[in-house]
Design a protein. Structure first.
Length: 446
């Protein structure tokens, strides 16, 4: 959103010109209004919210940045949150909102919700782990019974559709509310009116269990190109659905977490977070990196005689360390990506290491030969550096490739997020091992 537009809105708010602000907001999508509110202070955002109808206000609140929304909710009375926002939200959005409140305020908000059925759905959904299908699903769906006739089915679908913003699928259940199939809308037109739903439904639809991790839900939706997926309980009863927009939000948050882990951030941070939060997120890996650097200096300090005899060896310390870190990060990044999109199974450690070893062998040979040629021209065939640097590079590339593959796959087997392996951990470890290999090989050739 353009800064000039935001400044114009702020100026109108300062002038208390509600009519002009309302006119500017009239043609904006809720996501755009949310973006605008993210740039306003709390009082200015409240001014904007008073001009919105309840449904739009609820949509805007859902689209706001999490930190801004949390700050906004803290100053709002529980009754306002319930009647102004939650009453106009889908259950999955309402549950996400409720999770940002403490338990006392959750109970207060629930007590003010007028729709008892909606309040009950929210309470039920809050019981599920937020990282499972049950914690992500919504309960707004169109349901038909497998024994209904077409006219009866059509009548019921019309009644249910009036309460929904979007219809992704029509789900078929039996008398015990167990999922039996999906009703294809095309059949409504092409099938005889005497047909029952069970005769035209698509049987055995793809579904997920309430306890299915979100990562797996994302993979299933992506694999089968679904726009929504039904969620069932332990006995097969249909309890909700997860839509593609919810999944996209989760994918974005997941990729942000993985990127920050790979960058050496120990917790989720945003650019507008305070100095203390940003410092505590960055400092742990910086301290580990510092310890790694001290370790390197201690290793190199044990080889003063080697550097005195071959001072040119010091020129290649950055090359050895940098190459090891880069190769290890490349290998781990490929493995982490494969684990994330299920193209790689953590059980196939041996096969993946063998494949990576072949790739590393080719890369190590090319790199070491190029460096050997350069040093041969510069220092001659008899210089220790001509051979030690090339051999060390070969060994470092081989080690870094295998280590960068082994670590994330091992972490995955132990249910630890493998994304941490693509960051400073791999670089620091490879740097230390690289220096040990470099100096050891140099001593042997001296």
């Amino acid at each position: 959103m353009e800064e000039e537009y935001i400044d114009n809105v702020k100026q109108l708010i300062e002038q208390k010109d509600a009519d002009k602000v309302k006119e500017l907001l009239a043609d904006l999508h809720p996501a755009d209004i949310a973006e605008l509110c993210n740039e306003l202070n709390t009082d200015e955002a409240r001014f904007v919210y008073r001009l919105l109808d309840n449904e739009t206000a609820a949509d805007v609140l859902v689209e706001m940045d999490e930190d801004v929304r949390k700050e906004f909710l803290e100053i709002l009375p529980s009754e306002t949150i319930a009647k102004r926002f939650v009453d106009y939200m889908d259950t999955d959005d309402a549950v996400d909102l409720m999770r940002e409140l403490d338990e006392d305020k959750q109970e207060e908000v629930l007590s003010h919700i007028e729709d008892i059925e909606q309040a009950g759905d929210i309470v039920d959904l809050l019981k599920y782990d937020e990282n499972t299908a049950g914690g992500l699903m919504g309960t707004e769906m169109v349901l038909v019974n497998e024994n209904w006739s077409m006219p009866e089915c059509l009548k019921e679908m019309r009644l249910q559709a009036e309460e929904l913003d979007d219809i992704y699928y029509v789900y078929v259940i039996d008398d015990d509310e167990r999922l039996r199939g999906i009703f294809p809308l095309k059949k409504m037109i092409t099938s005889p009116s005497v047909s029952k739903v069970k005769h035209v439904m698509q049987k055995d639809p793809i579904s997920v269990h309430v306890d299915t991790p979100i990562d797996e839900v994302v993979q299933v939706i992506e694999k089968y190109d679904l726009v929504a997926i039904p969620v069932v309980d332990s006995i097969g009863r249909l309890v909700g659905q997860i839509t593609v927009d919810d999944v996209m939000d989760e994918v974005r948050e997941q990729s942000e977490r993985d990127y920050q882990l790979a960058s050496g951030l120990s917790q989720d941070v945003e650019t507008d977070d305070n100095v203390f939060r940003q410092t505590t997120a960055r400092l742990p890996w910086l301290l580990i990196g510092m310890l790694g650097g001290i370790g390197n200096s201690m290793i190199l300090g044990n080889f003063n005689a080697t550097f005195a005899a071959h001072p040119e060896m010091a020129l290649y310390i950055p090359l050895i360390g940098g190459t090891g870190g880069n190769v290890g990060t490349q290998s781990s990044a490929i493995v982490v990506q494969g684990l994330a999109n299920s193209s790689l199974d953590a059980k196939n450690i041996v096969r993946q290491i063998a494949k990576e070893a072949v790739v590393a062998l080719i890369n190590a040979t090319i790199i070491s030969l190029l460096v050997y040629t350069y040093n041969f021209i510069r220092f001659g065939a008899t210089a220790t550096v001509t051979y030690s640097v090339s051999i060390s590079l070969f060994a470092v590339v081989m080690f870094a490739s295998i280590f960068g593959t082994l670590v994330p796959m091992t972490l995955e087997r132990f249910k630890i997020d493998p994304a941490i392996a693509t960051g400073p951990f791999i670089a620091i470890t490879n740097d230390i091992i690289g220096m040990m290999l470099y100096m050891g090989i140099t001593v042997l050739l001296s």
